[in-house]
Ligand binder design. Structure first.
Ligand code: FES
Length: 65
């Protein structure tokens, strides 16, 4: 099993690199992805995912906050 990495971007989301399952507050699975960005600013219309980082493999420079 490869290591999953969580990067905390200054003025940006938590960027998760690697296989991840995101579980909502109600305990239901929201998505299983190979990498994603979790919103920290509280303004995403696609919460809990960051709506600014669309492709984390190409663009890690985000300033959502
Ligand atoms: S951190 Fe909230 S939209 Fe990106």
């Amino acid at each position: 099993m490869s290591k999953t990495i969580v990067r905390i971007l200054e003025k940006g989301p938590f960027v998760i690199e690697g296989e991840v399952e995101v579980i909502g507050a109600d305990g239901q699975s929201l998505a299983t992805k190979n990498g994603c960005a979790i919103c920290r600013c509280g303004h995403s219309k696609n919460a809990p995912f960051c709506e600014v980082v669309l492709d984390i493999s190409k663009d890690r420079t985000v300033f959502c906050m």
